[in-house]
Design a protein around this ligand. Structure first.
Ligand code: ADP
Length: 461
């Protein structure tokens, strides 16, 4: 068909460079497992930080009482309360509220930020009633999900390394964020203390494990990506000085930093160089929602430059970084019509591109599919790598059900991505091990997970 010019050779090359055949996936999974071992041996020994969570007991279901959670990780924070009824009743009730953080607070001082949070939290606490009762003689306790880089020093303390994601609050780096929040709650006259500081993946794992104790891994595939899993304390060399003995703990892998053996293209390299963190988070930049649309846009820019795929003049809107977003790719890939009318209208509305020929619309779908397939299959290889590392402990001799709790908008909303991920896992695990592994979607489990970890680490427990 006419209208594509030099685009097909670029597509052909892209397909080759993004290919993820089984031997490549095996190398990725092996490298992930090897990097996990290195990170458990010593800080800085591998690309994965393998951060200890200081969680040594998971919720059992016997927890009772009223607990709160606070989730700070973006431009909104969420507060939640949960009434736990123990073995048979489990979660008696939950209520939550979302508060958006004004720009001036994100650029203000530490006291201003934490006073703002404590003030809204206090207003939320004031509305407690109905199913929610604080036991006589107790103070309220809260699990704090804090999704910024912290150097955790115990279950209820952690020092902020640096703000990310648009936060530029002065004076917090180097301080214990739990102490900051406790002090603000005190200034507010709020009778509440933080009993657990948790990463969002750790909260997701704890929350999912509460309902199903075969949950051993939690993965987030949203704007960014991360994973954590349950590890035996005695196989973590860098924790041996704590003298913990035999038991389980949760390790936050920070797997977004992984980069070994990934099939990358010129488009990935250029995106990385122009990013705010060049050379960092390469796995995240290859598999997560923030970047997939942008990689596709970069391929299309090249096609527009060297072919007449989009007509004779270059569509200027296409030159704007991040205009084409992963949800747009997703909407285009759901177009099952014969004339791909949805592809035409999205490309027109978003980047001002007029796709007059059907062949050109097909090229867009093929490019998207290449990038989505690579992302999904590599995410699957990462999960297989974690499961492989966990097999070290049993030498593969013990068969048991293993559940991977999955959260995040990319996994939830992109059916093709999900299928590619699951296919790669099935190929890598083989029929026998695939039977034992279940991926379960858990929506917003991290809030309740944090409240449950507050209950487990309660000073009254
Ligand atoms: P976050 O990761 O920002 O905490 P989510 O888990 O909700 O939040 O993930 C949001 C991300 O999910 C978006 O950045 C986007 O990449 C992806 N996403 C959201 N909606 C869709 C969709 N309809 N199709 C594909 N991807 C989507």
């Amino acid at each position: 068909e006419a209208g594509c010019g030099a685009a097909p050779p670029i597509l052909k090359e892209l397909r080759l460079q993004c290919a993820t055949p089984l031997p490549l996936l095996r190398r990725v999974a092996d490298a992930m497992a090897a990097d996990m071992r290195a990170g458990l041996a010593a800080d800085g020994a591998g690309e994965l930080k393998m951060i200890p969570s200081y969680v040594y007991s998971l919720p059992t279901g016997n927890e009772t009482g009223l607990f709160y959670a606070l989730d700070l990780g973006g431009t909104n924070f969420r507060v939640l309360r949960v009434q736990l009824g123990g073995k048979d009743k489990r979660v008696v009730g939950t209520e939550f509220e979302q508060v958006s953080i004004p720009k001036e607070i994100m650029h203000g001082t530490t006291e201003e930020l934490f006073d703002f949070i404590a003030d809204r939290l206090s207003a939320f606490v004031a509305k407690e009633g109905g199913d929610f009762h604080l036991a006589e003689g107790r103070n309220r306790e809260i699990g704090f999900t804090f999704s910024f880089p912290v150097k955790q020093t115990s279950i209820d303390s952690g020092i902020l390394i640096k703000w990310t994601k648009g936060f530029a609050v002065s004076g917090t780096a180097g301080k214990d964020v739990v102490a900051c929040l406790n002090a603000a709650m005190e200034r507010q006259g709020l009778d509440m203390r933080v009993s657990a500081l948790v990463n969002d993946t750790v909260g997701t794992l704890a929350g999912a494990h509460y309902w199903d104790d075969d949950v051993m891994v939690a993965v987030i595939l949203g704007t960014g990506t991360n994973a954590c899993y349950i590890e035996r304390t005695e196989v973590i060399p860098k924790l041996q000085h704590l003298g913990l003995g035999a038991g389980n703990t949760i390790i936050n892998t920070e797997w977004g930093a992984f980069s070994d053996n990934l099939p990358l293209t010129e488009f990935d390299r250029a995106m990385d160089i122009e990013s705010i963190n060049p050379g960092e988070q390469i796995f995240e930049k290859t598999i997560s929602g923030m970047y997939l649309g942008e990689i596709v846009r970069r391929v299309l820019v090249k096609m527009a430059q060297v072919s007449d795929l989009f007509g004779h003049s270059f569509p200027n809107k296409l030159a704007e970084p991040f205009v084409l977003r992963t949800p747009h790719l997703c909407a285009m890939q759901q177009d099952n019509s014969e004339d791909l009318g949805q592809v035409k209208s999205i490309m027109h509305d978003i980047v001002d591109v007029n796709l007059s020929s059907l062949a050109a619309r097909r090229v867009i779908i093929e490019v998207s599919d290449c990038i989505i397939k690579r992302g999904g299959r590599l995410a699957g290889a990462g999960i297989a790598g974690i499961l492989q590392k966990m097999e070290d402990n049993t030498k593969g001799l013990i068969r048991r059900r293993k559940v991977v709790a999955m959260d995040g908008g990319l996994y939830e909303n992109y059916p093709q991505y999900r299928v590619y991920m699951l296919e790669a896992m099935a190929e890598l695990l083989g029929p026998r091990d695939s039977e034992d592994v279940v991926v379960e979607h858990t929506k917003d489990g991290s809030g309740i997970g944090a409240a449950l970890l507050a209950a487990v680490n309660s000073k009254y427990a």
